[in-house]
Design a protein around this ligand. Sequence first.
Ligand SMILES: Cc1cc2nc3c(=O)[nH]c(=O)nc-3n(C[C@H](O)[C@H](O)[C@H](O)COP(=O)(O)OP(=O)(O)OC[C@H]3O[C@@H](n4cnc5c(N)ncnc54)[C@H](O)[C@@H]3O)c2cc1C
Ligand SMILES: *[C@@H]1O[C@H](CO)[C@@H](O)[C@H](O)[C@H]1NC(C)=O
Ligand SMILES: *[C@@H]1O[C@H](CO)[C@@H](O)[C@H](O)[C@H]1NC(C)=O
Length: 531
Amino acid sequence: MRLNFRFPAVALALLGLGLAETPEETRQIAIIGAGAAGSSAAYFLQQFAAQAGVHVNITLFEKTDRIGGRTRTINPFNDPAQRFEQGGSIFVQINQIMYNAMTEFGLSPKAPDTAADPLMGIWDGDRFVFTLDQSSPSWWKTLRVVLQYGMTAPQRAQQLTAATITKFLRIYEPEFFPFQSLTQRAQDLGLVEATGVTGEQYLSANNVGERYAHDLIQASTRVNYASNLAHLHGLTTMVSLGAEGTIAVQGGNWQIFDEMAQRSGAAIALNISVVGIEKASGGSSSRPPYKLQVAAGSTPGNPATHPAAFDNIIMANPYQFSGISAGEGVLQTPIEEIPYVQLHVTIFTSPSRFSPQFFDLPMSAKVPGLVLTTLGQGDTAASGVDGAGTAGFFSLSILGKATNPQTQQQEYAYKIFSPEAVTPEFLSRLLGSTVPSTFTGSNSPISWYTPHVFNSYPKTYPRVTFQDPIVGEGVYYTSGMEGFISTMETNALMGKNVARLIVDDMQGTGSGATAKSRDGLAWEDKQSILV
Ligand SMILES: Cc1cc2nc3c(=O)[nH]c(=O)nc-3n(C[C@H](O)[C@H](O)[C@H](O)COP(=O)(O)OP(=O)(O)OC[C@H]3O[C@@H](n4cnc5c(N)ncnc54)[C@H](O)[C@@H]3O)c2cc1C
Ligand SMILES: *[C@@H]1O[C@H](CO)[C@@H](O)[C@H](O)[C@H]1NC(C)=O
Ligand SMILES: *[C@@H]1O[C@H](CO)[C@@H](O)[C@H](O)[C@H]1NC(C)=O
């Protein structure tokens, strides 16, 4: 298929129009940020270049001393043998970049940490509106849902999710991949009808019952995106629901990205922040060379000009947090700032279980080990810090067991997602005994404690246009994907997309045009085939 498109361009190049590079030429490529997107870009650049017989020399700049970005594990008691996911935790088998890489790299899947305790409850700040023993047979679980919410709401939600995912999955197909415009692709795939409205509107338009949406679906959007249904778009809502059959990589998801970076053959520059990009004048080719200002460490001072010049720059992190200043002419399309959720992720260990009293349950009651939340009866669906409502947090979960090296006892490891820092007072009520202001220490029920704040993901307000990946001459940007869908997979997909665009450009083949011009079929025709 591809060859059909490339052939005319190859012929043009032979005619001396200079659209393609001579095979000996080496493209100098800088990638800024070694998270999912940057590592994937490096990995696929190497692969696509090798397949095409062209040469790339990749330098991967990362301001921290590790690869993985928002995908990272944490070690209780600083014991490297014990690990829990702190950021990006779960993915699904249809996430083909993640899944295939895991398999190819010989990494093993495991059940996500959040499955550690089978009892799940949805808390609204006053009471559990729904509880479910996830280890019970599936007919029983279905029955429990149906008895409380009826048959149609869960069924419609499931159908809607499946249909939306089917539309999305076409993005991997040759006729939709690669893409120069995410806005165009979102339209081609028929997904703007989901991104253009709130989750609440999308569900209601598709006749998913309000109670079910409010309790179960909102519990998912809150745990996955720290957002109520009124404050994120329909596509992100569907992604939250698509989290069935979830897996994680044994030992940490970041290993996928680490392995991608290693296998890419890139020069990996850890502990180096890029603080500036300058467009240098002149140069031998028609493409302008770029020079980078770099500084040591993640709190950079004393920038210096990196000795190498680059033909391509891939900015693989949210620009607004990158601390990069782009010089004159670097960005031909401005990069829009989008609001991100500031999420507090608190992980701690304790021999105690959650106190039934915290949830107004009798002392003998079994408290769910996975507590999801929804809005309470008097709550308005706010965004940001107030978004958690009466519950005050998005989720509480038991991640599993951890061994306390001091006592050699197994304890519970917990994770809390909240819009504000967790207080000792809150933890005291939650665990039913006093937590000191130092959190740990003698007499504290908490033996190990680590809070972390992430700019975790965008607040995906409804929108129908997205930041496209080409932002300047030879300059690419991956994080526009986050306003569409923010996951490890989709950011890795954007990295792969940019890699394909660059290698196609090296071969002098235009790529990533609209679906319409690529195969001559108008989208209108396609829709009637798909729907
Ligand atoms: C708490 C939490 C839970 C999540 N849960 C899930 C989940 O279950 N499943 C899922 O799929 N996704 C999840 N996500 C989202 C997922 O982790 C992210 O979408 C994805 O990891 C982002 O990848 P990225 O490469 O685009 O950006 P990042 O991971 O942010 O990587 C960017 C990298 O660039 C580096 N950098 C930034 N500026 C510079 C600079 N100037 N110079 C050099 N380097 C720089 C950063 O240090 C970082 O390493 C979660 C995120 C969070 C925070
Ligand atoms: C590859 O890039 C590095 C910069 O990281 C540069 O020093 C080196 O000369 C380049 N090598 C080639 C063969 O272009
Ligand atoms: C990065 O910096 C940290 C802290 O300064 C240091 O401990 C670590 O060894 C450095 N890593 C690399 C790869 O240079």
